[in-house]
Design a protein around this ligand. Structure first.
Ligand code: SF4
Length: 356
């Protein structure tokens, strides 16, 4: 029950099992259960038929292959500080949107190095620019010493402004990351070396990340899973996985938006549905319901399609361009158009978090 899970998920599963223990005398109730009780909400359901049809569509598509995380916004192959860069730049992959009057306003987009870059791409590039001039910035010690002005200038756009929403959260996580790495007496290279010499490298890496600020907070480990995929799929193949190990779904804004619009998950609660359509900030419980259901449906897509998690992740990543936040979805040119529910009015849950 505890193995391979984030401590919060293990505790929740444990609590559900403990509750079964008191429904009857002894462990009888546990032994008669055919499946573990699920952590979830009655406001969201999984549409099994839709999951099956989308999975079939993916399985027929050979164009869906994992990404090698090489592009102009990322360090070149065999860059000597690539590992340090990815440990830090990945933990900042969150919060790419602005808020207005308790509602989603728009995605974060700003000009950097002469081109307009959106959220994630902007962050990767900002950290890459720093890597080019000051690689020691990526050490734990420097992270603990970082100042507001230093981080602001790292994020400066072409017009000298800092466009990053929730900036204070980024600053706090830099410092806490540095402190945790120092107290664990670890560097990214040591973590990877120890992981690779362990029996289960992925499990080892995730267990260490569960102790490091910027990664440890999220029960379904979006950034930890993303970092694991990057380190495995980069040409350097920093980490190898045991053949029985598989990365869990990386649940981001665009994945939840796609899960809702495709009809992989359905909202049965009318109040929540309206809040989602209106792009209103919702409660943490409701956000968790959408996010965890998306996680379960993503996992089923991987199992049923026969594709790797990295391949299904890149499918969702590409779909986000056809199914964006601010313009009408381009259904005729979308890979899953024939099997998608096309609920274009739905949106991702809106909440400020450092998880994604
Ligand atoms: S673009 Fe259209 S078909 Fe594609 S996922 Fe979005 S709503 Fe579905």
């Amino acid at each position: 029950m505890v193995r391979n899970n984030h401590p919060i998920i293990s505790a929740q599963k444990g609590a559900l099992l403990a509750s079964k223990m008191i429904e009857n005398i002894g462990p009888k109730e546990l032994l008669t259960q055919t499946a573990l009780p699920q952590i979830g909400s009655n406001k969201i359901t999984l549409n099994e038929e839709r999951i099956k049809s989308i999975a079939e569509s993916l399985s027929r598509n050979d164009d869906i292959e994992p990404f090698d995380f090489i592009n102009p916004d990322l360090p070149e192959k065999f860059h000597p500080f690539a590992l340090d860069y990815f440990f830090i730049a990945t933990l900042h992959q969150f919060g790419f949107w602005t808020e207005s009057n308790n509602h989603y306003n728009q995605p974060m987009i700003a000009s950097l190095n002469g081109t307009m870059k959106k959220g994630s791409d902007y962050l990767w590039r900002s950290f890459l620019n720093k890597l080019k001039i000051d690689p020691n910035f990526f050490t734990a010690k420097r992270q603990t010493e970082i100042t507001k002005n230093e981080l602001k200038s790292l994020f400066h756009s072409d017009i000298g402004e800092n466009p990053i929403p929730a900036f204070d959260l980024h600053l706090e996580l830099c410092q806490k990351y540095g402190e945790d790495m120092i107290s664990l007496r670890l560097t990214p290279k040591q973590i990877i070396d120890e992981a690779n010499s362990s029996k289960n490298p992925l499990t080892f890496l995730l267990t260490i990340l569960d102790q490091i600020s910027g990664y440890k907070e999220d029960p379904i480990r979006k950034k930890s899973n993303l970092l694991s995929v990057i380190l495995n799929q980069r040409p350097e193949q920093f980490i190898h996985f045991n053949q029985n190990e598989m990365v869990a779904p990386i649940i981001d804004y665009h994945v939840m938006r796609s899960c809702l619009r495709m009809g992989l998950i359905e909202i049965s609660d009318e109040k929540l549905k309206k809040q989602i359509m209106d792009r209103e900030i919702i409660s943490f419980d409701d956000e968790w319901a959408v996010r965890y259901s998306s996680y379960l449906s993503f996992q089923k897509l991987v199992d049923l399609s026969g594709k790797s998690l990295g391949a299904v992740d890149i499918f969702f990543f590409r779909t986000r361009k056809r199914c964006p936040e601010m313009t009408i979805p381009d259904c005729p040119n979308c890979l899953v158009e024939p099997v998608c529910a096309q609920k274009k009015e739905l949106f991702q849950p809106v909440i400020r978090t450092s998880f994604y």
